[in-house]
Ligand binder design. Structure first.
Ligand code: AMP
Length: 294
């Protein structure tokens, strides 16, 4: 059933006026940051937000600062009307949809550059990505001033980076992670899946299957798991991706689930607690990322 249209605002002033009214009434506020092109994974984030707050703001902003010049900023899907329609089917109180000029007015020069969890993995291949994400999300946090922000585990390193930023900058809010929503065949939902050709779409779910198999092999090693063994098993998984038709494999990595540190950087060079397996690889012109518990 479709509810009434979701209100949307595009200026910081209008946003703040609405949120201030909510706060006066004592409401807890949740923020779900997105770049639009909403799918069922995003809607799960909104449902989770509702469980943590009285009012839910979904931001829709395709952030130029997190795209390198050669990346897909221009062709990134923009489906604002469909996004509003999708949000009207669930419980969302407000859409925050600033223009690029509102977010980055002329003369804007401050960047938030995270280290720690932002080092390695995505940063090895997209060196400016997390500074772009951290800058826009820190702005979203000061604009909306939410009590809680929801991020998907689909972008596991991003989730860790956001937790670190909130900790490091003493932001008075909490970050909550939401499980990855997948197609029935295991492919993680992503706005970029629409770039895949039919043939690529058939290959794409093998990434999840291969990561799951790697998780089983790591599990079989138990406490004996060494960094060398983890690397060898990750290399085997990368070779399987290639054999399945993936092009360039950016990484298949086994990391500490909390800090994202490599196993050889952990105490005694051995696994301490939960691991996370993270991967990024190309299928034609589309870059897919995914991750599973290790
Ligand atoms: P995006 O706009 O797709 O870059 O992502 C907006 C938010 O949705 C991020 O917190 C993502 O981690 C999350 N997200 C994207 N895809 C999924 C998915 N398949 N399941 C759960 N969350 C997701």
């Amino acid at each position: 059933m479709t509810n009434a249209a979701v209100p949307h605002v595009s200026t910081v002033k209008a946003l703040r006026a609405i949120v201030a009214g909510w706060r006066k009434g004592g409401s807890r506020v949740a923020l779900v940051p997105t770049m639009g092109a909403l799918h069922a994974g995003h809607l799960e984030l909104v449902r989770l937000a509702r469980r943590h707050a009285d009012k839910v703001v979904v931001s829709i902003f395709v952030n130029p600062a997190q795209f390198a010049p050669h990346e897909d900023l221009d062709r990134y899907p923009r489906t604002f009307d469909a996004d509003l329609a999708a949000l009207a089917t669930i419980d969302c109180d407000l859409v925050w949809a600033p223009t690029v000029g509102e977010m980055y007015p002329s003369g804007h020069a401050t960047r938030v550059v995270p280290a720690g969890a932002a080092e390695g993995l995505e940063t090895d291949f997209r060196p400016h990505f997390f500074a772009g994400v951290a800058t826009v999300c820190t702005k979203l946090f000061t604009q909306v001033a939410p009590d809680v922000a929801i991020y998907g585990e689909k972008d596991f390193q991003q989730l860790a980076v956001m937790r670190q930023i909130v900790r490091d900058l003493d932001l008075p809010m909490e970050i909550v992670g939401a499980p990855t929503v997948r197609e029935a065949d295991g492919l993680a939902l992503s706005s970029r899946n629409r770039y895949l050709s039919e043939a690529e779409r058939r290959i794409a779910p093998s990434m999840h299957a291969i990561l799951q198999a790697l998780a089983q092999s790591l599990g079989a090693e138990g406490a004996r798991l060494t960094a060398a063994k983890a690397d060898a098993l990750a290399a085997e998984a990368a070779a399987k991706l290639t054999a399945n038709g993936f092009g360039k494999i950016d990484y298949v990595a086994v990391r500490d689930a909390g800090t994202l540190a490599a196993i050889d950087k952990l105490k005694n060079g051995a696994r301490q607690g939960p691991l996370r397996i993270l991967a990024a690889a190309w299928l034609g012109k589309t870059r897919l990322i995914d991750n599973v518990p290790g």
